[in-house]
Write a protein that binds this ligand. Structure first.
Ligand SMILES: Nc1ncnc2c1ncn2[C@@H]1O[C@H](COP(=O)(O)OP(=O)(O)O)[C@@H](O)[C@H]1O
Ligand SMILES: [Mg+2]
Length: 272
């Protein structure tokens, strides 16, 4: 059993997400249905950082889309804070984050970060609303760039703007689908550091899909390995590395062992 920084066991913590017997079949009424997910059961707790890894096409994105109420499961149920995934989305409790940062090029950094608030009907000329956006931009370390346009920023900086836009409205849950996959290794490492810092600072329940096993180990409280089609939970590993984590964490023997054993698990699945 692992303990969080308050000394509570993870099982004492409040459950935020309950994935209960979820299956997804695409094209169920067609000649070629695809069984993407099969009987997924996962509980995710308050402030927990959970990564989902597994071979390409094993249903990781499908699972995240079900959580974000972008698609619906064929069977089973998703509960978020004892409501449905749709309730959570409608109450702006969930933030979805993709690989492409999809910033609006004609808007400044500030205007991009204000966008979700604007969509929610906030008055973006209000000084409190603007301050909220400014604080968020500061959190991602871009204070000096709030009036720049996205084209003037590097790939890593654009991702940080996207991060700021993702949490400016204080969602409870972050769903991230391979957010750093398009970045070079160095930028990815920087973004990992940024995300870790933000997670430690603002504590969001996060479900993070990645191909990158070291990234998953470094960031997560728990790593879930999905098996190839149909995606089933093949393994669930508690990452019992101390927090706060930093670059030194990567040098720990336990870190290397987690990384190696998870790599072996995923490679064996890939060969199946
Ligand atoms: N809209 C769709 N219609 C039919 N099949 C789909 C659709 N979306 C995904 N799939 C299939 O479902 C499986 C899981 O896809 P996905 O969740 O994207 O996997 P991953 O993110 O793990 O790579 C894949 O075989 C994919 O081809
Ligand atoms: Mg995917």
């Amino acid at each position: 059993m692992s303990l969080d920084e308050t000394g509570k066991s993870t099982t004492d913590r409040e459950r935020r997400i309950d994935i209960d017997g979820v299956s997804k079949i695409y094209g169920i009424d067609t000649a070629n249905p695809v069984r993407a997910l099969e009987d997924i059961n996962i509980d995710i707790y308050e402030n927990e950082f959970v990564s989902v890894i597994g071979p390409s096409g094993c249903g990781k994105t499908t699972l995240l889309k079900c959580l974000g109420d972008i698609i619906q499961p064929t069977n089973g149920e998703i509960r978020i804070d004892n409501g449905s995934a749709a309730d959570a989305r409608q109450r702006n409790q969930v933030s979805f984050f993709f690989q492409e940062d999809v910033l609006l090029p004609w808007r400044t950094v500030m205007e991009n970060v204000l966008l979700p608030l604007e969509i929610q009907g906030a008055d973006t000329s209000d000084s409190a609303v603007r301050q909220q956006a400014k604080d968020t931009i500061e959190t991602v370390g871009l204070s000096g760039f709030k009036d720049n346009s996205p084209q003037q920023l590097s790939g890593g900086m654009r991702q940080r703007v996207a991060l700021a836009r993702g949490f400016v409205y204080d969602p409870k849950i972050f769903l991230m689908d391979e957010p750093f996959a398009a970045l070079d290794e160095l930028t990815r490492r920087k973004m990992n550091r940024e995300l870790l810092r933000i997670h430690q600072e603002i504590q969001k329940t996060t479900v993070f899909v990645t191909h990158h096993i070291a990234e998953a180990v470094w960031l997560s409280d728990r790593v879930i390995v999905l098996s190839p089609l149909p995606g089933e939970v093949h393994d669930m590993v508690e990452i019992d590395l101390p927090r706060p984590r930093n670059e030194d964490t990567r040098g720990l023997q336990e870190f290397v062992e987690y990384e190696e054993s998870l790599t072996e698990t995923v490679m064996a699945l890939d060969d199946e």
